[in-house]
Design a protein around this ligand. Structure first.
Ligand code: FES
Ligand code: FES
Length: 347
């Protein structure tokens, strides 16, 4: 099955999800029934390394896990789900009573499969170890032969879609304006033309002419001089570049600027009002929630959103919800104290 197209996974709730994204598919008896916070943290860390989402299916339910989002139930237990899971497992060659993990790349091909040993701990702990094995195997294979990359990263997938979209638009334009004898594909190395975009940042419109491959992060920092948003990994893994789009947290290094048109973008520069610092900014100062300060703008933007979402009800929940924002200085205890204090002062 390795390197061949993945069989169809016909589980209700999954039909239109994750098209073109790397995915880990896990058939796990008992599902996520005993998912501890430690196991969830371990699973999310592995998903972050793989740049993939995880779909867990079992007769007891189906769930979608992403590195930085709450666990999303997709389907509830029942005869219909049991039949769908059994049929899908058969297509993947998983016998009844077996647990197995499959890594499927952004092009829909199976790149790794692994049967979970039955004896080693609970289902969720076994799942976390299987993901760790998948991560090591996948990255070792990438290092050995980069041309055979196992997974598209989210960034690569976005850029690939954009380039494919530009190519399609270019070809359709050629079709309308040239005689059939003139039709030729564009040269492979042709740079896409610049685009005029208007970005609404901190309630003000900004007009830019940009390469359509420009990330929102680069548009902010390099084109608009808004350097409050930081560039850490530039790969979607550290959270330093977090901004809000429509009030939701996004990593701006993985967001194309053209995709943010027509939406309300809020950066760290837009938080403080006439009355002074935003309450979360003030709480970070009061609780000393920073050391070098490099991660701080991203931490604050995430904190603002998670408080607004009503997620910061316990320290554990704050840790979980902020797990996509890394701090090399380890200022975590003070960051949590600052967020809880800002939440309490909000009432
Ligand atoms: Fe965007 Fe690290 S710079 S997540
Ligand atoms: Fe230095 Fe977080 S305060 S990286």
């Amino acid at each position: 099955m390795i390197d061949s197209p993945a069989p169809e996974l016909a589980v209700s709730g999954l039909e239109r999800r994750g098209q073109g994204e790397p995915r880990v598919l896990a058939f796990v008896r008992g599902g996520l029934d005993h998912l501890s916070p430690e196991a969830l943290r371990a699973i999310r860390a592995e998903l972050r390394g793989l740049g993939a989402e995880l779909v867990v299916v079992s007769p007891d339910g189906a769930w979608l896990l992403r590195p930085d989002d709450p666990v999303e139930p997709l389907a509830a237990a029942g005869d219909a789900l049991a039949a769908e899971v059994a049929a899908s497992a058969e297509r993947f060659g998983v016998s009844a009573g077996d647990d197995a993990v499959f890594v499927i790349d952004g092009r829909g091909a199976v790149r790794f499969s692994y049967r979970l040993p039955p004896e080693a701990g609970g289902a969720c702990a076994r799942l976390a170890s299987a993901l760790a094995i998948a991560g090591r195997t996948v990255h070792a294979r990438d290092r050995h032969d980069p041309r055979q990359r196992v997974l598209f990263t989210r960034r690569e997938w976005t850029v690939t879609c954009l380039v494919a979209g530009c190519a399609a638009a270019f070809l359709s334009c050629k079709e309308q304006t040239h005689r059939p004898a003139d039709r030729r594909p564009p040269p492979a190395d042709e740079t896409p033309p610049d685009l005029d975009v208007t970005l609404t940042i901190n309630r003000k419109p900004h007009q830019l002419r940009i390469d359509p491959r420009t990330s929102l992060l680069d548009a902010l920092r390099e084109r608009l001089g808004m350097t409050g948003t930081k560039k850490g990994c530039d790969m979607g893994q550290c959270g330093a570049c977090t901004v809000l789009i429509g009030g939701k947290r996004v990593t701006s290094c993985l967001t194309l600027a053209v995709m943010a048109q027509g939406k309300d973008i809020t950066t760290i520069e837009g938080l403080a009002g006439d009355g002074g610092l935003h309450p979360v900014q003030a709480a970070f100062v009061a609780h000393d929630g920073l050391q070098c300060g490099y991660c701080t703008p991203g931490q604050i933007m995430s904190a603002v959103a998670l408080i607004a979402e009503g997620h910061a009800t316990s320290d554990d929940e704050v840790r979980e919800q902020m797990s996509g924002n890394l701090c090399r200085c380890g200022a975590y205890p003070n960051i949590i104290a600052a967020i809880q204090s800002a939440r309490r002062s909000r009432g």
